[in-house]
Design a binder for this molecule. Structure first.
Ligand SMILES: [Zn+2]
Length: 323
């Protein structure tokens, strides 16, 4: 089965992520040949001159064998220092830290095997890896969501990267490493739903994610719609938090074609005439106290002079009331 090659984002745009990872792994593998514990294990298995003991079958074996290769007799390696826990875990999901820890492990994770035992162990691991992939295939919808989520946020060449990863939307590191953790947190994906974030300004993690229908997502995107009022540029949810008005109320008002000022409650419309909000009254009051003419305040606030008179009082009066 052909594997999708993926975008070439590594090595000056010449290599895919997969090729990059395998290159690093090979470099680490060759560096591990100089790793002390590997030599110690080999030395300990060397029971006499030219004779090694296989940790699995306990047979005494020579370090090389003559084998027929391409019609020719060739000397091939017969002893393998093997990692008891494979370098790349069976599940396939891992981090570089884990790979390095396993690659350069201490003696207790190392053993010397003869060629046939090594082949058997490798074949068994391959079988388990295939089985693990099949397990993934038992959750194709969830797996697709998981893969797409990571791609949007982590593959710089992804068409939506700018709106996700590039905009600071991240994936929970545990999720990023393990599809199984993602699956166990999210549960099975119901029919007709996709992965959705409750707060679109935040990343992908358990508390912010849900499986939801396109309708819910569309509403959620409306929450994210930007509304500009007097040079303040906020999303509907941000206005909602700031003003203490539910997002659904704000959305309903805007859908009923209220002006932005009305929808946000900055401008009231009473009997077809504009009135003042509390904030505007405070502002008008301050202007009046500073000696601004009533007509000028009325013009500035876009209301009639009588509204200003009714809603504001000169400071003098206030002092008299207090006194
Ligand atoms: Zn053996």
């Amino acid at each position: 089965m052909a594997r999708p090659s993926g975008p070439k984002t590594r090595c000056s745009g010449n290599w895919t992520e997969a090729k990059y990872r395998s290159f690093i792994k090979n470099q680490l593998r060759s560096a591990s040949r100089k790793w002390g514990p590997i030599h110690e294990v080999k030395k300990e298995a060397n029971i006499s001159r030219g004779v090694y003991e296989c940790a699995q079958c306990k047979q005494h074996i020579p370090p090389t064998l003559l084998a027929l290769k391409g019609g020719r007799r060739k000397r091939v390696n017969n002893i393998f220092v093997d990692h008891v826990n494979p370098i790349v875990p069976i599940s396939g999901f891992t981090t570089w830290d884990e790979i390095i820890d396993r690659m350069f492990s201490e003696k207790d994770n190392l053993q010397l095997l003869c060629g046939p035992c090594h082949d058997i162990k490798t074949a068994e691991e391959t079988k388990q890896r295939v089985k693990s992939k099949v397990d993934v295939r038992n959750h194709p919808r969830e797996y697709n969501s998981w893969k797409a989520m990571r791609a949007r946020c982590q593959h710089t060449n992804h068409e939506a990267y700018e709106r996700y990863g590039g905009a600071g939307i991240t994936v929970d590191p545990v999720w990023s490493e393990s599809f199984w953790d993602f699956l166990s947190d999210m549960g099975p994906r119901p029919d007709g739903t996709t992965l959705d974030r409750e707060d679109n300004t935040k990343g992908y993690y358990k508390e912010n994610c849900r499986w939801s229908t396109p309708e819910v997502q569309a509403n959620n995107r409306k929450d994210n719609r930007r509304v500009i009022y007097e040079e303040e540029d906020l999303t509907i949810s941000q206005w909602s938090k700031k003003l203490g008005i539910p997002t659904s109320t704000l959305l309903n008002r805007l859908n009923r074609e209220w002006t932005i000022g009305q929808a946000l409650g900055f401008v009231e419309k009473v009997n077809g005439k504009r009135a003042l909000t509390d904030a505007q009254v405070v502002h008008a009051q301050a202007l009046r106290s500073s000696g601004t003419k009533l007509d000028d305040i009325a013009e500035f606030m876009g209301v009639s002079r009588s509204v200003i008179v009714k809603r504001t009082k000169p400071n003098k009066n206030k002092e008299e009331e207090n006194g």
